[in-house]
Design a protein around this ligand. Structure first.
Ligand code: PEP
Length: 254
């Protein structure tokens, strides 16, 4: 039985001040919730602050939105795995579609980062997903398989089981359009099949695959009850403390 994992990707939103009032509400709302893994992923500038606020909170973990694959050096504007880990973050989102399309990330760079994240004791949340053009051209499986094999190349079974995948159809991110539960389930089942080919069925069965793309309280239950959907990566709706807490409670109650 895979434990569900619900993560909030705040993207380039939330100052430290804003995070304070968010956390006042959010931490109260989810204080008793222990049935799912909860991860907050603030921008780098709020990581340290949110980390301090989570100091005595056991059931909410911290993540970063990106990192560099080198340990240190002349990489202006970049952040290393050790810098993130030092702030007690456990997770790092890698290869988000916004990073792939706006900042030139490729399967190869995501793969380098994924390996370095594991070496640095961070659990990567590796994002994959097709564009609308690719879906319309019936290329969903081809695109997902290429991204999976490229982004996860060279990971052993242990690293794979400690990797979280996020299936995020690009056309559903921030658009209000959600994949139907059937579309999402079909993609997740396909991803698990490719993972089994890359390793073995038992390993593939342990990997958690989140769905991301306009998840909100109103569509949570039907998406999260699909057999191969193991949680959600939430953008827009995660910025409203009560909505994100509601998504968590609805998932936990399934
Ligand atoms: C995301 O950016 O990972 C995401 C899923 O965004 P949204 O929930 O706003 O579609």
């Amino acid at each position: 039985m895979r434990r569900k994992i619900i993560a909030a990707n705040w993207k380039m939103n939330m100052t430290q001040n804003e995070s304070d009032s968010y956390l006042d509400t959010f931490l109260r709302e989810v204080a008793e919730e222990k049935r799912v893994d909860i991860v907050l992923v603030p921008p780098f500038t709020a990581l340290s602050h949110v980390s301090q606020r989570l100091n005595n909170v056991q059931n909410v973990k911290l993540g970063a939105q990106n990192m560099h694959w080198e340990k240190g050096g002349a990489f202006t504007g970049e952040i290393s795995a050790a810098m993130i880990r030092e702030l007690f973050a456990r997770y790092v989102i890698l290869g988000h579609s916004e990073r792939r399309t706006l900042f030139g990330e490729t399967d190869e760079t995501v793969n380098r980062k994924t390996k370095v994240a594991h070496e640095g004791s961070l659990k990567p949340i590796v994002c994959i997903g097709e564009t609308l053009t690719e879906r319309d051209a019936n290329q969903v499986e081809q695109v997902l398989e290429k991204q999976l094999r490229g982004s996860l190349a060279g990971l052993d079974a242990k690293a794979l089981t400690e990797t979280v995948l996020a299936y995020e159809p690009v056309w559903a991110i921030g658009t209000g359009r959600t994949a139907t539960p059937e579309q999402a389930q079909a993609a997740h089942a396909f991803i698990r099949k490719v993972l089994a080919e890359m390793s073995d069925a038992a390993t593939a069965d342990k990997v958690r695959i989140q769905y991301g793309g306009s998840v909100k309280p109103g569509n949570t239950a039907e998406l999260m009850s699909q057999p191969d959907i193991d949680g959600a990566l939430v953008g827009g709706a995660s910025l409203v403390a009560r909505d994100f807490a509601e998504i968590i409670k609805l998932t936990a109650a399934l």
